[in-house]
Design a protein around this ligand. Structure first.
Ligand SMILES: [Zn+2]
Ligand SMILES: [Zn+2]
Length: 238
């Protein structure tokens, strides 16, 4: 049993690490095209972002690997594969529930991590990227990585989700984690400045968090930032 769990954890760690290298590598390449020179003089910082992110891959991989093993071997979790198991309308609702729950957890833990003592212990690593790059997507101190790593493995026990929709959640999580740090806005202005856009977090919103620290704490949605008056709008620099 322990061999199977260890193998599953190792496989997940490898998948998370490769997913990071592929997604951050891709958007770093695009950045070189769209913002030539953005990475100039950031070589040492990018090497640190890479090492912290690869360490985070193991911290994300282990709980994910254990839960994946339990799902396969013992039917743990509420992940389902039969399309008929829940009404069709529920398919797109589940990822929204996941994203909102993740966003809520992130917002409040993030605010705690901006208290001075917590900041030094857990969150300074992430803010050492000035300005952040696509490689900073998983650049977290191990304690901070742990707070992020438990979210999805815990939610799959609480909220039923089709395995394909879980894939959608992981894709949104990956793409937004990378693109929110790459220093420029890839979404069209018409979306970012629309009514819908005023509730969503993209690069120009998170860039402002990295510039001013005490605002824009959310992950996917601006709901909590707006409710708690911590939303300062978009950065003019992204
Ligand atoms: Zn960040
Ligand atoms: Zn922060």
């Amino acid at each position: 049993m322990w061999t199977a769990i260890t193998l599953s954890a190792a496989a997940m760690t490898a998948i998370v690490a490769l997913r990071y290298l592929a997604s951050s590598g891709f958007f770093a390449l695009v950045t070189n095209r769209v913002r030539p020179g953005y990475h100039a003089k950031l070589g040492a910082q990018i090497r640190r972002e890479l090492s912290w992110s690869l360490a985070s891959a193991a911290i994300y991989g282990v709980p994910a690997g254990v839960v994946a093993w339990g799902w396969k071997e013992h039917g743990w979790t509420r992940i389902y594969t039969d399309w008929q198991a829940y009404p069709l309308w529920y398919l797109p609702v589940a990822p929204l529930l996941f994203l909102f729950a993740h966003d809520t957890w992130f917002y409040w833990t993030h605010r705690v991590m901006h208290r001075p003592r917590w900041f030094r212990a857990m969150h300074a690593v992430h803010h050492a990227s000035r300005p952040p790059t696509a490689w900073a997507a998983m650049s977290f101190h191990p304690w901070e990585a742990l707070t992020g790593a438990i979210v999805i493995p815990a939610l799959v026990f609480l909220i039923p989700i089709h395995v394909a929709m879980l894939g959608v959640v992981l894709m949104v999580m990956t793409v937004m984690g990378v693109t929110n740090h790459m220093g420029w806005e890839m979404f069209p202005r018409t979306l970012v400045h629309s009514r819908l856009g005023s509730w969503l977090i993209t690069a120009s919103h998170h860039q402002r968090h990295h510039e001013e620290y005490k605002c824009n704490y959310g992950l996917y949605f601006r709901f909590w930032d707006r409710l708690c008056r911590t939303d300062r709008g978009l950065s003019p620099n992204a």
